[in-house]
Design a protein around this ligand. Structure first.
Ligand code: NAG
Ligand code: NAG
Ligand code: NAG
Ligand code: NAG
Ligand code: NAG
Ligand code: NAG
Ligand code: NAG
Ligand code: NAG
Ligand code: NAG
Ligand code: NAG
Ligand code: NAG
Ligand code: NAG
Length: 546
């Protein structure tokens, strides 16, 4: 025993000295040969990858096996972001000890050599953000040690090989943003260790396999922006570790059977842009970690379940562009972290619940195009964080209280096509940076507040089709940011302002009022304006200019 081990190490020494004499190790030679197919490499590589060296172990981007000093096998290649242009040739398979490849973010073109499937020690394969084309090699199924594969953002075609999903210890599979087609292999459930599966942005079709319910360690599942059809498999409810599920922008249909299980980790659920024909499952109210829930334009019907009020971590709730009916549940007032509530374009009815005023972090409240009626509860006007308030195209009525002027962050307020009445509070605009005010087609009376452009942010002022009186405030004429001004169909009197300092004005309609006096000659300086409506007033003079 002792003797034979001694002679073995003698043999090794001998072979090393042969390498020293004859130059570069075989892995080094292979690397230089790979490099001959790269038309552009960085200077750091040019000077470092030197044929006079005996091993490639000190070369930039190259790592050798530190456990077997004498063998000089390359175990890791990291050429990420080297701006390499060229092809990857089959000879790479001669680097038999490779465990990790990171060629991401270069200009590799052509297909990925199937011979890479011979490098059976590979654990980490990162080829994202290149221009690889062709199929994912079937031979990747031989990479039994693979844990991580990233082909994100290439031009890969064809279908996902079933062999890939048979690899036992896969943890991360990112094939997103390619041109893959066909179905998800039925054996997707074989990946019992997978925690992150990103397939979004391909042309994948067919149904989502039921067996996906066997991937019980899944944390991230992105299937969005494909062409999947059929139901969401009920087996998804088995995925108790799931935090991110996005199936948006497919052609999914049927009943949404989610929330039956125990989605305690779920953070983000996106169902938008599909063809479901069901209600929102009340069980979603048990996904107690949800911070974002979006189900935009996916043919949802029925009421908004009050159980959603249990989602107290929610910051974003988008249920817009569906056929939801019934009242807005007052329980939504429990969502104290909510920043963004968008329920627009549904068939919601009844009053806006007073409880929504408890949403003290709310920035966006979009309830437009529904059948809401009654007055806006005073509590809403006390949401200090509110920036964008859109309730147009409803059946709302009542007056705007003075409290509205205390909304310090208010930027956009759109109330058009409702039945609001009373005067517009004088101090609106004094405390905030109003950008858009659209009160068109209501029953407002009294004068236009004098300071709407107080903070010089106002871009669009639309108060047409009301019963406003008095003159146009000089603030409007000197508002340099204003692009759109519509005051038509009121009872405004006085003269047309000079508009000397608002060269950005593109559209102005003052028609159908009781304005008098001359048409100001300064209007000729509004060189970018596309429309000026002054008809149906009592103005004199002409606009001259080009
Ligand atoms: C390669 O190494 C040899 C010997 O160390 C040196 O003379 C030569 O300049 C190097 N070549 C490059 C391109 O750096
Ligand atoms: C490769 O190098 C880049 C930095 O140049 C690093 O961000 C990346 O994590 C490395 N890849 C691997 C697999 O270690
Ligand atoms: C390498 O892979 C190719 C294609 O996958 C195969 O035909 C060949 O036999 C493999 N070579 C070795 C040495 O395993
Ligand atoms: C996938 O695309 C290839 C062309 O890349 C085509 O030949 C094949 O028929 C397509 N398969 C499916 C299922 O659409
Ligand atoms: C792998 O998937 C196939 C097809 O779904 C299935 O028949 C088989 O039982 C699975 N194997 C394991 C180990 O999960
Ligand atoms: C999970 O895999 C087992 C076999 O390994 C199979 O019997 C079962 O039906 C699978 N479950 C799902 C949800 O695919
Ligand atoms: C839907 O997905 C396709 C790719 O499959 C993409 O081109 C399109 O922009 C997506 N649409 C939306 C609204 O995101
Ligand atoms: C939430 O989970 C509990 C316990 O599993 C269950 O009793 C209840 O019905 C669920 N709530 C909804 C709205 O599904
Ligand atoms: C709007 O509300 C009024 C009562 O305030 C009611 O008469 C009318 O029918 C409602 N219109 C619509 C379209 O709901
Ligand atoms: C108004 O805008 C100014 C400048 O853009 C900004 O500094 C200020 O914080 C804004 N005020 C509010 C209340 O948002
Ligand atoms: C008209 O628009 C152009 C381009 O948007 C801008 O550069 C120019 O300053 C504008 N003219 C006036 C008078 O504001
Ligand atoms: C148009 O603007 C120019 C330059 O600012 C100014 O001199 C001129 O008086 C203005 N014309 C009218 C009619 O206001």
């Amino acid at each position: 025993m002792k003797i034979s081990s001694y002679s073995l190490s003698l043999l090794l020494c001998f072979s090393v000295s042969i390498y020293a004499v004859s130059g570069l190790s075989s892995d080094g030679t292979t690397l230089l040969s790979l490099m001959t197919h790269w038309t552009s490499i960085p200077p750091s590589m040019k000077s470092s990858w030197n044929a006079s060296d005996s091993t490639p172990c000190s070369w930039v981007g190259v790592q050798c096996d530190s456990n077997h000093h004498r063998s000089h096998f390359v175990v890791s290649l990291n050429l990420s972001g080297f701006q390499i242009l060229g092809r990857l040739v089959p000879e790479i398979a001669e680097l038999t000890q490779l465990k990790s490849i990171d060629f991401s973010n270069n200009g590799f073109t052509g297909s990925i050599p199937s011979q890479l499937g011979n490098c059976s020690l590979i654990e980490y394969l990162e080829l994202s953000q290149n221009s690889f084309t062709g199929d994912i090699p079937e031979s990747f199924g031989n990479l039994l040690n693979l844990r991580f594969i990233n082909l994100y953002s290439n031009f890969m075609k064809g279908s996902i090989p079933e062999s890939l999903f048979r690899i036992p210890h896969l943890d991360t599979v990112w094939l997103d943003v390619n041109e893959l087609n066909g179905s998800i292999p039925l054996n997707v459930g074989n990946m019992s260790e997978i925690s992150s599966l990103w397939l979004y942005g391909n042309q994948l079709s067919g149904t989502i396999p039921f067996s996906i319910g066997n991937c019980t360690k899944l944390v991230e599942l992105y299937l969005n922006d494909n062409r999947f059809v059929g139901d969401l498999p009920e087996s998804l409810n088995n995925l108790e570790e799931l935090m991110y599920l996005d199936v948006s922008n497919n052609s999914l249909e049927g009943t949404i059977q989610l929330g039956l299980g125990n989605f305690k980790q779920m953070d983000t659920l996106v169902l938008s842009f599909n063809y479901f024909s069901s209600g929102i499952p009340p069980g979603l109210g048990n996904c107690s970690s949800l911070t974002q829930l979006a189900a935009v334009r996916c043919r949802l019907t029925g009421p908004i379940p009050p159980s959603l009020g249990q989602l107290t971590q929610l910051t974003l709730l988008y249920l817009c562009e569906n056929r939801l009916s019934g009242r807005i549940p007052p329980e939504l007032g429990n969502l104290k972290s909510l920043n963004d509530l968008q329920l627009y374009d549904n068939q919601l009815e009844g009053e806006i619940p007073i409880e929504l005023g408890l949403l003290s972090e709310l920035q966006n409240l979009f309830l437009f195009t529904n059948h809401l009626d009654g007055e806006i509860p005073i509590s809403i006007w006390k949401i200090q964080s509110l920036e964008n308030f859109y309730v147009y195209d409803n059946n709302l009525s009542g007056e705007l209280p003075p409290e509205i002027a205390e909304l310090k962050h208010l930027k956009n307020i759109s109330l058009f096509d409702n039945h609001f009445s009373g005067v517009i509070p004088q101090s609106l605009g004094m405390n905030c940076n109003l950008t858009l005010v659209d009160f068109t087609n209501n029953s407002f009376v009294g004068e236009i507040p004098p300071n709407l452009c107080f903070n010089k942010q106002l871009r669009e002022l639309m108060l047409g089709v009301n019963r406003l009186e008095g003159s146009i405030p000089s603030d409007v004429g000197t508002c340099s940011t204003l692009t759109r001004l519509i005051l038509k169909q009121n009872s405004l009197t006085g003269v047309v302002p000079e508009f000397l300092k608002n060269p950005n004005l593109l559209f102005m309609d003052l028609s159908n009022n009781r304005l008098t006096g001359p048409i100001p000659s300064s209007l000729v300086n509004l060189t970018n304006v596309t429309y000026i409506g002054l008809a149906m007033n009592r103005l004199t003079g002409l606009i001259c200019g080009s």
